[in-house]
Design a protein around this ligand. Sequence first.
Ligand code: SAM
Length: 226
Amino acid sequence: MSILNDKRLLLCAAFVEGRVAADIGTDHGYLPAYLITEGICERCIAADINEKPLASAAKTAQEHGLEEKIEIILSDGLKNVSLDGVSDIIIAGMGGELIAQIIDDCPRIKEGSFHLILQPMTRPEALREYLYDNGFTVEAEKCVHEGRFEYSVMSVVYTGSRPEYDNDKRYRHFGRIDLSAPACRAYAEDRLGKLRIAAEGMLKGTDSHDEGERLMETVRTLEEMM
Ligand SMILES: C[S@@+](CC[C@H](N)C(=O)[O-])C[C@H]1O[C@@H](n2cnc3c(N)ncnc32)[C@H](O)[C@@H]1O
């Protein structure tokens, strides 16, 4: 049986391009263990800010005899992680703003040719906006349905230049997904539903009414794209 059954993390794994991956916020450490046992990577870093998930990641590595191949590191983002030899950096299962903060706190990301695999749980638009404004290009984005939720995973590189696409409503809210793919359509519909609920909530408040109208206008623009 495979170490990994979670379709969201399997999609992250499918984006890995090189032989050494750093999984930031690894928690149980299943992703690094999967990448090695499947022969995708020869070495992985499993980093987390908390001791408890790291102990769990160490246990996963031990159970599969991978102690020599998975380096377990206590780290806030990439602060204690040496990126020497690392090809892919995976940051999954966190809020979009936290992922953006972790990237921003690591200037080294802009100095190498790292491949980033990013999977925001919330506020993906904040992450996409950060990436656009800071020289990162989203080269591909795919979606997956897991449990009751829709997720998108981004494949990102630093170019230092403005991306060739626009930082428009479609990019910020739907990302670079292909709306003709069923999983991506489901993701876009889910995003639209969440935005509509947020806009309706704002429209009820006096202080947030104008913001609600702007958000509802965004919802209408996005609906026309569907
Ligand atoms: C919800 S879990 C996601 C685990 C796994 N990456 C996934 O996608 O299933 C989030 C993990 O990120 C860790 N984390 C939160 N903030 C972090 C930070 N600044 N640096 C490193 N790890 C962090 C948490 O301790 C937790 O283990």
